[in-house]
Design a protein around this ligand. Structure first.
Ligand code: CMP
Length: 142
């Protein structure tokens, strides 16, 4: 069924100037960008977004990296969008990511791993709402 998922192009993607290349892969997979914004997250915004990871040992480094430069936050829509996007992202650790995935091709480490994608439909709804008001979503009918 048609789903929505949240994508973040992390500061390493912006630094490498490959925003367009990553979005091209998203589009090639049949996913449509229905909202997008470039923003430099504050520490509070990054901590709030990753609140589920607050107790994990990597939380501090994760937040520090996510506020190290601008990011592009997007809402994607398409058939099985959550799983489709996770497939093309590849494994969280780029060393384990399948050849041809975004992380295999653009990420340098598990900390600087190019992209974020929601891991479930329920989290997708929460993550989309964290960054976008419903009026900012532009569902496409053609
Ligand atoms: P992301 O999908 O944005 O969600 C949390 C992020 O924490 C993850 O991608 C990684 O970039 C980062 N991270 C660092 N170490 C780990 C780890 N051991 N397990 C999961 N995520 C990690």
């Amino acid at each position: 069924s048609v789903e929505r998922t949240l994508s973040i192009l992390k500061p390493d993607v912006i630094a490498k100037n490959v925003v367009g290349q990553v979005i091209a892969r998203i589009e090639s997979a049949g996913l449509k960008v229905i909202a997008a914004r470039m923003t430099h997250l504050t520490q509070a915004e990054a901590e709030g977004f990753y609140a589920v990871h607050r107790e994990r040992p990597f939380f501090g480094d994760l937040v520090k990296f996510m506020i190290s430069g601008p990011v592009v936050v997007m809402t994607l829509e398409g058939e099985n969008a959550v799983a489709t996007y996770r497939d093309i992202m590849g494994a969280t650790d780029p060393k384990k990511a399948a050849a041809g995935t975004i992380r295999a091709d653009f990420a340098d480490s598990i900390d600087e791993n190019a992209v974020h994608g929601s891991d479930s439909l329920e989290n997708a709804a929460n993550e989309i709402a964290y960054f976008f008001r419903s009026i900012e979503l532009c569902p496409r009918t053609r």
